[in-house]
Design a protein around this ligand. Structure first.
Ligand code: AMP
Ligand code: MG
Length: 403
């Protein structure tokens, strides 16, 4: 097991150990947000015919050679074609077809002029510009060609990708897409002091568990189903081991909070060996969340985070999301990094790499006032983690992890 490692090394150990989950077949209407496991090929050309990108006239470019406002080319209008229509004629020299956006370009034509650059004539049209061949001409298959890869394995099926499927005629219930399985997550919050919200009044020395709701919210927002989240667990190694064993039956990944520090009741140090889990690391050189621990038990990853609510939420973003990304085969599950200019001084010292919650907007980073790792409320409304390596002044450039 590795001790006290960098965040990057921790992520490397996590992603190196988390084998991507298998695949399953689903219909396109169920596939929003899923990751393709196999390439999808285009069964048709898109567009299926060469078409006009504007309202105007189609003709042979050679017929407009030398044309201008003062010396227009004059062409005979032999037909009109609308979007959805079809002009069966072959257009010859000296001829034009009135054409609307999206209409198929008739045989014989190799360009389209904007109607604003003509006299918009009905039987004869004056052309005021000289066009090059294939000007204003959308070629058949210019988006994709039949037989090409339409969407590659690894593509996320977002609205755009679903639109692409539909443009190829594949958004149908008789089409099966092979997609990566979504990791099923389980949550286990441990601590003798924790009680659930239905316990009222709060007994002396107890607190309400907030990590379960917080992490459930984050996982759900990321599209990761939480298949089990039992109400709390005491700081007892046997109890924790038994709970983990049960969760491993139903989940692909287990995230825990509490009990990983150096206190006398920090029970994960005994619980994981009871399970036969292999610990890959304990302690990461960052604040908050230093005591984070990671283990694998019969192929199932177990990420154990500090119980401190802000630490749990920050290390979920920094360690939990890369873990989920590896399992799901979806790198975009990791927080996006950006650089911004600090608007607030941050006086706290210490050499340790530190993450605080902030608001990132248009390149500027504001920090909430009075924020300390034990507090969750001041993080409400923030949208990023701000990386700091000691005291920092307004105006400094900082790295943010967008949540
Ligand atoms: P631990 O990681 O067990 O040492 O806990 C660190 C701090 O976080 C302690 O003050 C705990 O009471 C608190 N804590 C642990 N688990 C939770 C939880 N689920 N919800 C809220 N606070 C917690
Ligand atoms: Mg504890």
């Amino acid at each position: 097991m590795e001790e006290s490692i960098s965040l990057e090394r921790a992520v490397e150990l996590i992603t190196g150990s988390a084998a991507p989950l298998g695949s399953e077949e689903i219909t396109p209407s169920d596939s929003l947000g899923r990751v393709l496991a196999r390439d999808v090929f285009a069964p048709i050309d898109q567009p299926p015919f060469s078409r006009s990108p504007l309202d105007g006239y189609a003709f042979r470019a050679a017929d407009s050679a030398g044309a201008s406002q003062d010396t227009p080319a004059v062409l005979t209008v032999v037909d009109t074609v609308f979007a959805g229509g079809w002009c069966g004629k072959t257009v010859g020299p000296g001829q034009a077809v009135r054409i609307m956006t999206g209409a198929p370009i008739p045989q014989g034509c190799d360009c389209v002029i904007r109607q604003e650059d003509t006299n918009q004539g009905a039987e004869r049209v004056e052309i005021y510009q000289s066009l090059r061949p294939f000007e204003n001409y959308c070629h058949r298959g210019e988006d994709f060609k039949r037989g090409e890869i339409l969407l590659s394995a690894g593509a996320v099926l977002d609205g755009t990708a679903l639109g692409v499927l539909a443009s190829a005629g594949l958004f149908r219930d008789d089409v099966e897409l092979s997609v990566r399985r979504v990791p099923r997550a389980a949550l286990l919050c441990t601590g003798d002091e924790l009680v659930e919200n239905h316990v009222r009044p709060l007994p002396p020395g107890k607190i309400y568990s907030s990590n379960r709701a917080c992490l459930w919210g984050r996982l759900t927002a990321l599209g990761i189903p939480v298949v089990s989240a039992p109400t709390g667990c005491a700081d007892e190694p046997e109890e924790i081991a038994a709970a983990l064993r049960e969760l491993a039956e139903v989940a692909d990944v287990i995230i825990t909070t509490g009990g990983v520090s150096v206190g006398a009741r920090d029970a994960f140090h005994q619980a994981l060996p009871l399970l036969g889990a292999e610990r890959l690391f304990w302690r990461v050189r960052c604040k908050p969340g230093t005591p984070a621990m990671y283990a694998v038990c019969r192929g199932k990853p177990i990420l154990c985070l500090s119980g401190n609510p802000f630490a749990a939420s920050a290390t979920f973003e920094l360690l939990g999301r890369p873990l989920l990304a590896a399992l799901a085969g979806r790198p975009s599950l990791c927080p996006l990094k950006a650089v911004g200019t600090l608007e607030t001084d941050f006086p706290k010292g210490g050499g340790m790499r530190r993450f605080v919650r902030g608001c990132f907007r248009e390149g500027r980073v504001a920090l909430p006032q009075g924020h300390s790792p034990g507090q969750l409320r001041s993080a409400v409304g923030t949208n990023c983690l701000v990386e700091l390596n000691g005291p920092a002044q307004a105006g400094e450039r900082v790295t943010v992890y967008i949540l």
